[in-house]
Design a protein around this ligand. Structure first.
Ligand SMILES: C[S@@+](CC[C@H](N)C(=O)[O-])C[C@H]1O[C@@H](n2cnc3c(N)ncnc32)[C@H](O)[C@@H]1O
Length: 278
């Protein structure tokens, strides 16, 4: 396996994923019940962004330094970044920076040097456990969690097309094992075919509440080109759909992607459907 998230850290896919993860955690904190974040494909935790270039420049690098200019939905993400974009925090660090003392993070990573980097980045935080193990089977091992609420992030590398099917199957299984868990699955958008097949599988899953959110910087009709990314959110918190539909176009505007970008917030199951142009 050759995947290194360092090349992608802080890109527009990370912005969407980490912004939605942060917004969800902030909402769950309104209740005292403990939160367990299960990060099945956790990565290295902290990434030095190369000032000379990199995908981050078309992602976090496009957001204004003044975070008060960011749309409201991004406020918890801004809080997690705490005024510094480098080293850029990956999903386990974003979560830990927002979570409370009685919450925890279970992070899985198969590549030993990456897991070692993650342990170093977590600096002995007693709320976090790093497991060097397969994240797909970890979902079965760790769900359901007790007590409290689980937030599951499934963020595989998509080195081959098989991750779309694995993502759909494991999201469905996780939702069945943990009937109150909020489950997020990230996917790249390179043309519509794979994304639509994933949406179709989730529509047919028999799970009552599933949202699909996409943030694209380019039109998505070209099958080979990375146009942006999406997140499937099973059991999104109340009004997350409305807030994303209102704020994603503002985010596109703030990042200077207005000419070519777009956003979608669609219910795949439950509630209603909605599209928004950037
Ligand atoms: C997209 S990156 C994760 C980024 C991270 N979730 C974030 O948002 O900061 C995917 C990671 O999954 C790891 N990985 C690949 N296959 C895995 C597996 N079967 N189980 C757990 N981790 C895996 C890769 O080494 C890589 O670090």
């Amino acid at each position: 396996m050759n995947y290194r998230h360092h090349f992608h850290a802080g890109n527009v896919g990370d912005v969407l994923k980490h912004m939605v993860l942060a917004a969800i955690l902030e909402r769950l904190k309104a209740k005292p019940a403990p939160i367990t974040v299960i990060d099945s494909h956790a990565g290295a935790g902290l990434y030095d962004l190369d000032p000379a270039g990199g995908e981050w420049r078309d992602g976090i690098g496009r957001l204004p330094a003044d975070t008060t200019a960011w749309p409201e939905i991004a406020a918890p993400y801004a809080a997690a970044l705490a005024g510094r974009v480098t080293p850029y925090p990956g999903s386990p660090l974003i979560a830990l920076r927002l979570l409370r003392p009685h919450d925890r993070v279970i992070a899985c990573e198969t590549v030993e040097p990456v897991a070692a980097e993650l342990r170093h980045a977590l600096a002995g935080d007693p709320r976090a456990a790093v497991h060097r193990r397969d994240g797909w089977s970890a979902l079965r091992a760790f769900l359901p969690v007790k007590p409290g609420r689980a937030v599951v992030l499934i963020d595989p590398p998509f080195e081959d097309g098989g991750d779309f099917t694995r993502l759909a199957n494991h999201m469905m299984e996780a939702a069945r094992r943990a009937p109150t868990a909020i489950i997020l699955g990230w996917y790249p958008v390179k043309g519509r075919r794979a994304a639509e097949a994933l949406h179709g599988a989730m529509r047919d899953a028999g799970i009552p509440k599933i949202l699909a959110v996409e943030l694209l910087t380019q039109p998505d009709h070209d099958a080979g080109r990375f146009a942006g990314s999406g997140l499937i959110v099973i059991r999104p918190p109340y009004r997350l759909d409305e807030d994303l539909a209102r704020d994603l176009p503002l985010l596109i505007e703030a990042m200077g992607w207005r000419a070519t970008g777009s956003a979608r917030v669609d219910w795949l199951a439950g509630e209603t459907s909605r599209d928004t142009e950037g």
